[in-house]
Design a protein around this ligand. Structure first.
Ligand code: 2AM
Length: 202
């Protein structure tokens, strides 16, 4: 594919300690025998919107839209907790870690991102259920017995809490092996809401 079209998505990057804890969980589940394609720890992220094929010239207006959306949302905290599968237990194809804490704020952020992109005429991004951190994808479906054992052993997982204060537009390059993600733009949450300070005042 030419560089004129990029595969992109908007996500919250995860701090290193969170990626380390999730990577450690992945390694333990994998060692336990569940077969799937595992997301490398450095690639773990919280997806807000998947845009898919995006013209390179759309990146600048998308960056501006994301800046506007993020500025109108306040920062919040999340804690990775529990396990789940998509699309559901009958056909488990994606294994993820859930989130607790600022879920309303997270939903509002995803909504703001979707609306800001729609406002610049970008086709409404496909949005799956927000609020999960994908650990692994099955080639077809996960083995039910192995998956049941994973839920029994690791269903109570909780990771370190983290502060959500920025969103990133990533380019995703697929090929042999894991996807390669590179940041194209970044926007800070609450930037417009930050109080103006004058020199010397608190
Ligand atoms: P998820 O893993 O959080 O569910 C980058 O490819 C991210 O975009 C993936 O991690 C996935 O989010 C999401 N994604 C990829 N392909 C997608 C698709 N066809 N529809 C919706 N979301 C997709």
């Amino acid at each position: 594919m030419s560089d004129a079209v990029l595969r992109t998505f908007v996500a919250v990057p995860l701090p290193a300690p969170v990626r380390a804890a999730l990577g450690d969980l992945s390694a333990r589940i994998r060692t336990g025998g569940l077969r799937g394609r595992w997301v490398p720890p450095e690639n773990l992220h919280l997806t807000l919107a998947f845009l898919g094929d995006t013209e390179a010239r759309a990146v600048a207006p998308i960056r501006a839209a994301l800046t506007r959306a993020a500025a109108g949302c306040q920062a919040f905290d999340l804690t990775p907790a529990g396990l789940g599968v998509f699309p559901g237990p009958r056909r488990p194809r994606v294994l993820w870690v859930g989130l607790q804490g600022g879920l309303e704020a997270l939903g509002a952020l995803a909504e703001a991102v979707g609306s800001a992109l729609a406002a610049i005429g970008f086709p409404l991004p496909r949005r799956g259920a927000v609020g999960h951190l994908t650990l692994a994808r099955a080639k077809e479906v996960f083995d039910p017995e192995a998956l049941a054992a994973v839920f029994q052993r690791h269903g109570g997982f909780a990771g370190p809490p983290f502060h959500v204060h920025r969103i990133v537009l990533y380019r995703s390059q697929l090929g042999a092996g894991p996807a390669r993600y590179s940041p194209l733009a970044e926007a800070a949450l609450g930037a417009a809401g930050a109080p103006f300070t004058t020199g010397g005042e608190p």
